[in-house]
Structure formats: C-alpha cells, structure tokens
Design a protein around this ligand. Structure first.
Ligand code: 5GP
Ligand code: MG
Ligand code: MG
Length: 181
C-alpha cells in the first residue's frame, strides 16, 4: 500500500481541498467573462486540474500538454521537450496554465514564452505547489496553492519514478524507498 512509504505529510487531503476551493473562486472571478483555455501540464497537474475546474463554475475549455524536464530522476536536467502539444489554437485566447509544482521554473518559462509566441491574449500560471528555493530562472506563479521547502515531495499528481501520483495528499517518501531503487 502507498501509505506505508510516506515519511511525513506536508498537506492533507482536507487542506488541499479547502485551498483548491478558495483558488477556484478567486480564479473564476477573474475569468468569468473570458472563456479561458485551461491548460494542464501532464501528468502531474491532472489531480489538481480535475479538482480545480470543478471549483470553477464558469465557461471554459480544457486542453493538455506533455513536456519532459526531469526523466525519472529527482534532479532537474534543465532540458524541456514537448512530448504532446495542444490541440487548440492559442491565438487570442486567455490561457490558464495549471502545474503541479514550480521548482527551477524552467518548464513554465519555456511554456509561457511558447504561448506568447503563439499570440495568446494572456497567460497566467496556477500551481498547486511552489518551491521558491529551487528557482533557477525568473518565474512567478499568479496563483499558488502552497509553498514547500526544498524537499522532494510526492502525491496529488507528483510522482517518484511514475509512482505515488494517486496519493490524495502531499508528502515526503521514506529514505529507504530511494535506497532500494
Ligand atoms: P521546473 O521546470 O520548475 O524545475 O520543474 C517542474 C517539474 O519538475 C514539475 O512539474 C515536476 O514534474 C518536477 N518536480 C519539481 N520538484 C518536484 C518535487 O519535489 N517532486 C516531484 N515529484 N516532482 C518535482
Ligand atoms: Mg509538472
Ligand atoms: Mg516527475
């Protein structure tokens, strides 16, 4: 079972759900007349996006992109590649980029530049987690769920070697999980 691999919980399922409800209200106020294109970054943002959009009772469209920057390692390579592009035309659209976590900021910097190049009317960033100590490029989210310290977290979309994404809360793995890998 997943639970036994977790050393400590950073944010419980209830804390996450309460925060997402607040974020959903705030973002809805800003976008209620804009028919935003909500863009989830696969795969980590899926649980967050799924909860967030259901806390946003406004007209919107959804799409997804998959980019790679990490591989299966826990240290960023600094490289960003598009694995799956949007199927929606971006020009003139108000984009809400939904991410699981901002660490170095490289992934989002790359995506924001790309969407601006494609002539989005606006681009804003919503991230469940922000790890400010990890920042390598200048990048700030417009909406943040929670801040986390410079530790490798899993759950609520965040993986270790593609595992643990379905954990309904955010925590840190026991050291022996890495040792046995
Ligand atoms: P950035 O480009 O900002 O360095 O990294 C963004 C991506 O790195 C995130 O979308 C996430 O996939 C991965 N990442 C960064 N920090 C963590 C972490 O603490 N845990 C996990 N599981 N992934 C992370
Ligand atoms: Mg991500
Ligand atoms: Mg990952």
């Amino acid at each position: 079972m997943l639970e036994k691999d977790i050393e400590k919980t950073f944010y419980s399922e209830q804390q996450i759900q309460e925060r997402v409800a607040v974020l959903g209200k705030e973002i809805s106020r800003e976008y209620q007349d804009k028919f935003p294109l909500v863009v989830g970054i696969l795969k980590g943002a899926v649980p967050f996006l799924s909860d967030l959009v259901r806390a946003m009772p406004i007209h919107m469209e959804m799409d997804f992109m998959d980019v790679s920057s990490y591989g299966n390692a826990t240290v960023s390579s600094g490289e960003v590649r598009i694995l799956k592009d949007l199927s929606t035309v971006v020009e003139g659209r108000h984009i809400i980029l939904v991410e699981d976590i901002i660490d170095s900021g490289r992934t989002l910097k790359y995506l924001v530049d790309l969407l601006k190049h494609r002539k989005a009317a606006s681009v804003k960033i919503v991230t469940m987690l922000d790890k400010p100590e990890g920042r390598v490029v200048d990048m700030a989210a417009d909406y943040v769920g929670f801040e986390v310290p410079n530790e490798f977290v899993v759950g609520y979309g965040l993986d270790y070697a593609e595992d643990y994404r379905n954990l309904p809360y955010i925590g840190v793995l026991k050291p022996e999980i890495y040792e046995n890998a």
